[in-house]
Design a protein around this ligand. Structure first.
Ligand SMILES: *[C@@H]1O[C@H](CO)[C@@H](O)[C@H](O)[C@H]1NC(C)=O
Ligand SMILES: *[C@@H]1O[C@H](CO)[C@@H](O)[C@H](O)[C@H]1NC(C)=O
Ligand SMILES: *[C@@H]1O[C@H](CO)[C@@H](O)[C@H](O)[C@H]1NC(C)=O
Ligand SMILES: *[C@@H]1O[C@H](CO)[C@@H](O)[C@H](O)[C@H]1NC(C)=O
Ligand SMILES: *[C@@H]1O[C@H](CO)[C@@H](O)[C@H](O)[C@H]1NC(C)=O
Ligand SMILES: *[C@@H]1O[C@H](CO)[C@@H](O)[C@H](O)[C@H]1NC(C)=O
Ligand SMILES: *[C@@H]1O[C@H](CO)[C@@H](O)[C@H](O)[C@H]1NC(C)=O
Length: 299
């Protein structure tokens, strides 16, 4: 897939400065944000675009003028979950690569819900979950621009991690084996998972996975966390990096080509009975069963 296919045109053009350079592989121009640039991966079966976790990006855009948002283009399906997630990892990594090539001074936040949360964490920490294709952790060259990573309901969630938020004490259905690979990024990561979430907590309450967005304190804590890391990264920069007090007057609308906006919720995922989890021939329950069998064989 050409790298340009991974991109959607989402930059808040009026709030941005010219690029310092362009990648040769991208046919679409990248406009460098004067604020923070957010790359958002939606959850399984959410409509193409930002998905519900786009509300966090919207709140960040309100707090930091001149920010921009881009949605990861990937299948986000429950069926063929492993390949879908792996496609998301490659796509998000390619987007970071392209953006930092065009905008070397950029400050980037990665945001993901559910499968998209696993995508964001795999991009940063590498993929080490059983049954997924192995990928390396984020290179230093790309990691220096990534100032924050926020996830809700990540199935690769691990208990006891210093970056955890929410009420979960358990580990998700796709446990992350190599958490040490995340540790260098620890201050930049915040991962929400609540007790009972069937994916990130191996829980038994099908409602909880879809409730993170209804908790204003989670959404605002996530946005504040990103802005706090952004502020700190600016304070750390000695070379006159862009400031948080941009000159943008554009309204902080977050949009995505063919997708949901930050204020328009796509169909709810994970709030209904088992049937709503089915995106195709094989539902998540089937995948969990397959994983259970696989673990049984491996163990
Ligand atoms: C976050 O965005 C939502 C939806 O636009 C809005 O209702 C809420 O007030 C915002 N919260 C903050 C803290 O900006
Ligand atoms: C792993 O990578 C191979 C080769 O690119 C691909 O065909 C396969 O679908 C991938 N599998 C998963 C689970 O991502
Ligand atoms: C991950 O850990 C589990 C449990 O210890 C183990 O069965 C599995 O082989 C590990 N997978 C990888 C990819 O290391
Ligand atoms: C999770 O662990 C904390 C700290 O040990 C404890 O206070 C809390 O009750 C636990 N929650 C659940 C649901 O077990
Ligand atoms: C599932 O979680 C929701 C949201 O927290 C709660 O309202 C509901 O009572 C829970 N259901 C069960 C059976 O615990
Ligand atoms: C970030 O910096 C701005 C501008 O200095 C300040 O108004 C805001 O309170 C800071 N926010 C956080 C979360 O640090
Ligand atoms: C800023 O610098 C401090 C001290 O070196 C470091 O601990 C912190 O992680 C840095 N923050 C960011 C966002 O780069």
């Amino acid at each position: 897939m050409p790298s340009s296919a991974f991109r959607t045109a989402l930059v808040l053009a009026a709030a941005a400065t010219p690029c310092l350079g362009q990648t040769t592989t991208s046919s679409s121009a990248i406009t460098c944000a004067t604020g923070i640039h957010m790359i958002v991966a939606r959850g399984s079966t959410e409509a193409v675009g930002l998905g519900r976790i786009g509300v966090v990006a919207g709140n960040v855009s309100e707090l930091v003028p001149g920010s921009s948002v881009d949605a990861v283009v990937y299948p986000a399906t429950f069926d063929a979950y492993f390949a879908s997630e792996g496609t998301g990892v490659l796509a998000m990594t390619a987007m970071i690569n392209e953006y930092t090539a065009a905008c070397p001074e950029s400050k980037i936040a990665l945001i993901g819900y559910s499968q998209g949360g696993q995508v964001a964490m795999d991009v940063v920490c590498g993929t080490s979950e059983t049954l997924f294709n192995v990928t390396a952790d984020l290179s230093d060259a790309l990691a220096k621009n990534v100032v924050a990573v926020v996830t809700f309901g990540d199935p690769s969630h691990m208990s006891g991690m210093p970056w955890n938020a929410g009420t979960s004490n358990n580990t998700g259905i796709f446990q992350r084996n190599n958490t040490a690979a995340c540790e260098p990024y620890n201050p930049n990561i915040r991962a929400w998972c609540d007790t009972g979430d069937i994916y990130c907590d191996k829980g038994n309450n099908r409602t909880i996975h879809g409730t993170y967005f209804s908790y204003d304190h989670y959404v605002s804590q996530a946005a504040e966390f990103i802005v706090g890391r952004y502020n700190e990264s600016l304070a750390n920069s000695s070379s006159g990096a862009p400031t948080a007090s941009g000159t943008a007057t554009v309204s902080p609308t977050v949009s995505s080509t063919g997708g949901a906006t930050a204020t328009t919720a796509p169909p709810v995922v994970g709030q209904n009975a088992a049937g709503s989890f089915r995106a195709g021939g094989v539902g998540m329950a089937g995948i969990v069963a397959v994983v259970g069998v696989a673990f049984g064989l491996l163990l």
